[in-house]
Design a protein around this ligand. Sequence first.
Ligand SMILES: NC(=O)c1ccc[n+]([C@@H]2O[C@H](COP(=O)([O-])OP(=O)(O)OC[C@H]3O[C@@H](n4cnc5c(N)ncnc54)[C@H](OP(=O)(O)O)[C@@H]3O)[C@@H](O)[C@H]2O)c1
Length: 380
Amino acid sequence: MTSIIDHLENKTILVTGVTGFLGKVFVEKILRVQPNIKKLYVLIRASDPNSALHRFHTEVTPVAGDMALENLGVTNVDLLNEMRTQIDVVVNSAATTKFDERYDVAFAINTLGVKHVSSFVNECSKIKLLLLVSTAYVSGEKSGIILETPFKMGETLNGRNDLNIKEEKKMIHERHTQLAFEKANEEAISTTMKDLGIQRAQIHGWPNTYVFTKAMGEMLVFEGLRQDLPLVVLRPTIVTSTYKEPFPGWTEGVKSIDSFTVAYGRGRTSTFLGDPSKVLDLVPVDMVINAMLIAIVVHFKKPYSRIIYNVGSSKSNPLRISSFVNYLCDYFAKYPLMSRDGNPIRASNKIRMLSSIASFHRHMAIRYIIPLKVFNSLHY
Ligand SMILES: NC(=O)c1ccc[n+]([C@@H]2O[C@H](COP(=O)([O-])OP(=O)(O)OC[C@H]3O[C@@H](n4cnc5c(N)ncnc54)[C@H](OP(=O)(O)O)[C@@H]3O)[C@@H](O)[C@H]2O)c1
């Protein structure tokens, strides 16, 4: 670790997504372990520098921008030129992480945003590395050992290999034009765009809009980044709170598996949909950050090196769903959450497992007294 920390001395790094979970933990670690970093630029989604400053007022240089726009939305030409001549490493962590995000939004950030980042990197004169944070679930619902192979342009997960990113962009544009013609209101636009995302993802074999648009982002970076520039694509699995650093248990927001943990701790649910014998791939955020730092050092200034790393736990330290729910029961029995009036919330002492989608349907039908036939016809 010491040599890794030394390596970061006097380096200039641009980080996106710093108001998010991974980005925040990454910046904290860099500032803590390497006080002699030359400069950190942090791209913060904001339309003007004052609101960016307001959101992030430490010893870094906040850059007001938006990665969904050309030049990362940075309109200050002097600052843009300074960044282009100074930056050694770009770490792109920014993304929209909602699984069912509107297609136009997810496409603009997760797909075109990555294209804008790689175009920016192509213009940086001192650049030594681009690290793109992706997700292990770009591989969809495959099981077994997933190899760290790049996507070919146009590849799909259902073998049709007929994905055309330009056509996807055109389709979004056409759908917007049609909605404008129909004078659709915001709600209708949002619903249509959400549905379109899920539909396009599933047509091409991905389970949701988020992972589909992230996969297209990967395709564009492999295509668009100058061949000689080192590229690391890091694909973490489900990122959870810190294991150790800077202290155990730091998390941000309530996302993915945390939603269940919190709902269970609050006594709102005692039912988990999942096969207890299956492995849940969770990885603490501080381990992901360490993997990022090591990847930066290992691939720094290695021309023509392009590599993908999966970062997860299921191979080396598998966590079965059954163990996960047992840990929850034990934890909340010992450390119950408190209600608003200061009383401990008693979570159920047992979590009922629904190990198949059929048992989930039965549970929902019984619980909400909807005839099963009707429920099944409503679902999907
Ligand atoms: N968390 C996980 O379980 C997980 C698992 C695998 C991979 N990942 C990947 O890890 C990365 C970070 O995830 P996270 O959990 O930290 O996500 P997060 O908490 O949702 O943060 C996302 C970040 O991206 C920024 N962002 C979104 N759109 C932007 C735009 N147009 N321009 C500039 N910044 C923008 C957000 O800024 P605002 O504050 O302005 O919204 C925020 O800082 C993502 O690439 C994600 O795909 C996450």
